[in-house]
Design a protein around this ligand. Structure first.
Ligand SMILES: [Mn+2]
Length: 313
């Protein structure tokens, strides 16, 4: 795991906690994956690739790293899937309460149970936008509700869940699926309105959980369960930019990078995708503008703030 290195090799002055608007929490967890193992190495590969990235974003004409990106200590709790989820939940909440734009990098998709839980406690009427090949709606798998196959089951019960890119699932998952808010890959291909339709269904506050296997395996081979027929780069960016422009994206995670020795392009894609999402988030915010993650306007957040401080975090 990384030691004291900064994200993307950015200068120390842009990566101090106090002055950074963005926090990146690595969660190199791979305890429940079923097929290709190695998502625990995803954070490292992502961070390494990020060091080779050019930091001026042509499209937005910005250098978002100047907003400050603090690389938090990795969450390494792995005693059980439940303990890992608890640790992610706690860490995420700590940095939301510090008024940061909180992002996470996995690890397998089960980490999102913890991140979504934290955001859902801090923001009212949360939409979870899941971009993924798999429905991940099972209530339990392999004896745990914190398995990667269950990544958004809780979100399906407690948030406004919108699923995009889905092309693999078990029949039982239909039970928990809201098909009005599910964008199957085979339907997206012939529906030119899917982006607008999905955005119309979102509430103001949106958390994005991005499973890299949503992307087509031709551009993202390094993932645990590659499924044919995925999203491509520019349509993905077009959709993400629209979401960031039209909604208040409160945070996001990117999961399931499963690096290997031969393909480095996937690692690089993941780094670039992460940076693109930050660029979209901050494209209209000047570097020296104060950042407000909108927590204070939120009644639900205020009430949890107290409990939170009582716990001495
Ligand atoms: Mn998934």
């Amino acid at each position: 795991m990384q030691t004291n290195k900064n994200f993307a090799g950015i200068p120390d002055e842009n990566s101090k906690l106090d002055t950074s608007k963005i926090v990146l929490i690595p969660v190199p967890y791979d305890g429940t994956s079923t097929w290709v193992k190695g998502a625990n190495k995803g954070c490292d590969a992502f961070l390494k690739a990020s060091e080779n990235m050019e930091l001026y974003d042509i499209e937005t004409e910005t250098e978002v790293y100047k907003q400050g990106v603090f690389l938090a200590d990795a969450v390494t709790e792995d005693a059980s899937p439940e303990a890992m989820v608890d640790a992610v939940h706690q860490q995420t909440k700590i940095y939301i309460k510090k008024n940061k734009f909180v992002t996470l990098f996995g690890g397998e998709h089960s980490i999102s149970i913890g991140s979504i839980r934290a955001f859902n406690e801090c923001y009212d009427n949360l939409t979870v936008l899941q971009i993924d090949a798999h429905a991940d709606l099972r209530s339990e798998y392999d004896g745990s509700s914190c398995n990667h196959a269950c990544a958004v089951h809780e979100a399906s019960q407690t948030t406004n869940l919108i699923q995009v890119g889905i092309r693999s699932m078990d029949a039982i998952e239909r039970t928990f699926m809201d098909e009005e808010k599910t964008y199957f890959a085979h339907e997206m291909i012939s529906n030119s309105y899917w982006m607008d339709n999905a955005i119309d269904q979102m509430t103001e506050n949106v958390f994005i959980t991005f499973d890299l296997d949503a992307l087509d395996p031709s551009i993202m081979p390094s993932t645990g369960t590659p499924e044919p027929g995925g999203l491509f780069w520019y349509e993905t960016l077009e959709f993400l930019r629209k979401v960031f422009e039209e909604k208040n994206v409160v945070g996001f995670d990117i999961v399931e990078l499963c690096p290997n020795d031969t393909d480095k392009s996937s690692d690089f894609l993941a780094a670039k995708l992460y940076y693109k999402m930050l660029s979209y988030k901050f494209m209209d915010i000047n570097n020296d503008d104060a950042y407000e993650n909108d927590l204070s306007d939120n009644g639900k957040a205020k009430s949890t703030q107290k409990t939170f401080e009582d716990d001495e975090y």
